[in-house]
Design a protein around this ligand. Structure first.
Ligand code: WT7
Length: 653
């Protein structure tokens, strides 16, 4: 059996940035080289310099990195800072009247908020939180629709040193309860409802249900009136946002906190068991968000930046609530679904608000690509200058579509690899410098020491040999711990190689140019006749076939080969009747064999209308694995958008 993970995907296309893009880019080749050289020569000095350049400190730090209790690292620990001050107040001198947020609701209502107005709203709400007993260190759970007020609520917590924990509005009452209880939150901020997919999301009803079944630490519930559809309020416990702020001052001195003070918790499901409360710091975290807004998103004075992520995910923290504001940018927030009233909504938003920078997930790109080119072609997308992706490897097919149809071949695409745990982009192109390759997140950013290692923890130097993705040095925006469970933090992220490296849990290879290619999660690696294959490459080959829109592959035990490849396929257009199409199945098997070799040929192919995905758009592979084995379904399928696909996946319909 080979030790490394074998790579079978061949992708040789390269896209250097256009001269026009290079000319206006903030970071040029020489600047980037200087950053790499600095970090190489003096790692701590490099981050010290960035922290002084990008952030305003109330009390400047003397200590840069404290490794005395590794892997519980501390950054800038004797410095004092306030994140909300850095996102808002410091822009007021020059930019008070600049638009900070353009909000558009699903129903088309638009609201523009300047830095000055945002400042007043955040201060006033922060004072209301204080008046309701919230103090530095208290946990506040936010369960809201994707609105400007969600950003205000987060910023207000940051302003007074309260620790927010945003729970995605699509999560159930049960998930909300678990997260409130684990965090021991004192307050819940929610809304009567939100508009999504042409319906009202019943947030208050879910919140009531969660609180009725537990959550004894919650003292107060704040309710934003968004849908105004007549929800029940519990006297003494619940208060309307708009009533609560009456009489509260619009000035609120920021609470200066030590750099390591927790800014927020964000729960990730993890592959097994109870969700992990990923704990982030104040100074180090904000530094990651701020530097990457410049290095990766090349944010400029006149940009209209739009990241489609919900604030319920880390992307909505670093690249909605914190990064763009820390950079003094203008951003768009959209409340609803991409398909309301039709699949052109995103493109219409770009046209109407003259969006320059658009950052979304491959799953959204594939879904919109499936609807055909005619829809985006109806809109004027000429304001775009930079595109981005995040969340999973993007298959070259979708990358090319994004490049041609959306970017009109003039926008660089930044494929950003990072995690909830890393806080900010880690491996991503600097768009005015690095030539991109479809499907690769390119090179690690300055000050990020990423590498590929084998099972023994030794660096893999052979080009294209796959292994574990590790980060060899601590970095400022890294998670600090798992809330209330230091041991789980150490075991999960540092255990594999004896505390030497941060282990991301992804499999990856580096090509001859040193570009990183994520191959999938380590736990998902297939083992076919002694070859270890990442799921991503087989899926890419399938999706490259003209009739395939999406694919997921998993392993199923096989007596001869060890594992056989089981593929679930969503076609462009209709699913074959009863899920059977022998001719197409034969053709797809031959296609994969031709594209990447017979070893990767799927043994089984099953057609479905959709793939089962988590709320953040990740394919539920554990579920697919048990279906492939013919096991009964034990995972929680209650969050599936479309439960009826289960029968199709099982081959019963
Ligand atoms: C996992 C982290 C980071 C925000 C969204 C997801 C996968 C993320 C990429 C990318 C290939 C990617 C990895 C990673 N991933 N970005 N550009 N290329 N894979 O955050 O839920 O914490 O998931 O998402 O597997 O480990 P998350």
């Amino acid at each position: 059996m080979s030790e490394n993970i074998d790579s079978i995907l061949h992708e040789d296309r390269q896209f250097p940035p256009s001269d026009t893009f290079v000319k206006q880019a903030e970071i040029k080749a020489a600047d980037l080289q200087a950053l790499y050289d600095f970090a190489e020569k003096d790692y701590e000095g490099f981050w010290e310099q960035q922290a002084r350049d990008y952030l305003d400190w109330h009390v400047p730090f003397k200590s840069v990195l404290d490794s005395s209790n590794a892997p519980h690292f501390k950054w800038f620990k004797d410095g004092e800072i306030n994140v909300s001050y850095n996102c808002i107040d410091r822009h007021l001198t020059l930019h008070a009247d600049k638009t900070a947020i353009i909000f558009e609701g699903e129903n088309g209502d638009v609201m523009e908020i300047t830095y000055d107005v945002l400042h007043k709203a955040v201060c006033q709400f922060a004072n209301a939180l204080k008046a309701n007993g919230i103090r530095k260190g208290d946990r506040v759970v936010i369960y809201m629709p994707m609105t400007a007020e969600a950003v205000v609520a987060m910023q207000a917590c940051a302003r007074i040193g309260a620790v927010h924990s945003v729970v995605f509005g699509g999560f159930s009452a049960e998930s909300l309860k678990d997260r409130i209880e684990d965090a021991g939150a004192k307050m819940l901020i929610t809304a009567d409802g939100g508009f999504r997919g042409g319906k009202i999301v019943e947030l208050k009803a879910a919140a009531d249900k969660a609180l009725a079944s537990g959550c004894p630490t919650i003292e107060k519930v704040v309710v934003l009136m968004r849908t105004n559809h007549g929800v029940k309020m519990k006297t003494g416990r619940d208060a309307w946002w708009h009533e609560m702020i009456v009489g509260c001052d619009i000035v609120c001195e920021p609470e200066w906190v030590e750099s390591e003070h927790p800014l927020f918790l964000l729960y990730t499901s993890g592959s097994t068991g109870k969700p992990k409360g990923i704990q982030h710091s104040s100074g180090g975290y904000l530094l990651g968000a701020a530097t990457t807004m410049n290095w990766v998103f090349d944010i400029r004075e006149d940009d209209v930046y739009w990241c489609t992520a919900d604030v319920g995910w880390i992307t909505g923290h670093s690249y909605v609530t914190y990064g763009p504001l820390a950079a003094g940018g203008t951003m768009l927030i959209y409340e609803g679904a991409p398909t309301v009233p039709d699949g052109g909504r995103f493109w219409k938003l770009i046209q109407d608000h003259k969006v320059t920078t658009f950052y979304t997930a491959p799953t959204a790109i594939r879904a919109l690509m499936k609807l055909g080119d005619d829809i985006p072609n109806k809109y004027d997308l000429s304001s775009l200058r930079l595109l981005g992706t995040v969340g999973e490897p993007i298959n070259p097919e979708a990358w090319m579509w994004y490049h041609k149809v959306i970017g009109q071949e003039k926008c660089p695409i930044v494929d950003t690899w990072w995690q909830t745990e890393t806080g900010a982009n880690m491996i991503a192109p600097v768009p005015g410098v690095v030539a991109t390759k479809p499907g690769s997140c390119t090179r690690a950013l300055p000050g990020i020491d990423a590498d590929v290692v084998d099972k023994a923890g030794n660096p893999i130097t052979q080009a294209n040999a796959g292994g574990f993705l590790v980060i060899k040095k601590p970095w400022p925006s890294m998670l600090r711990t798992i809330w209330g469970d230091d041991k789980r933090y150490v075991d999960t992220y540092w255990g594999e190689f004896n505390n030497r490296y941060y282990v991301a849990g992804d499999s990856v290879r580096k090509d001859a140019d040193g570009y990183f290619w994520i191959m999938g999660r380590i736990d998902d690696v297939l083992n076919v006749s002694g070859h270890r294959l990442g799921t991503m490459e087989v899926e890419s080959a399938l999706v490259a076939h003209e009739r395939v829109a999406e694919a997921a592959v998993v392993g199923r035990p096989d007596e001869i080969k060890g594992e056989a490849i089981f593929a679930y396929v969503v076609l462009r257009g209709a699913r074959p009747k009863g899920g059977v199409d022998e001719t197409l199945t034969k053709e797809l098997r031959a296609w994969v064999s031709e594209q990447i070799g017979p070893i990767a040929k799927p043994d089984d192919i099953r057609y479905a209308d959709n793939l089962p995905k988590t709320r953040s758009g990740k394919i539920m592979r554990r579920l697919l694995r048990s279906i492939a084995k013919g096991e009964a379904i034990t995972s929680d399928t209650s969050t599936l958008e479309n439960e009826s696909i289960l029968e199709q996946l099982q081959g019963k319909a």
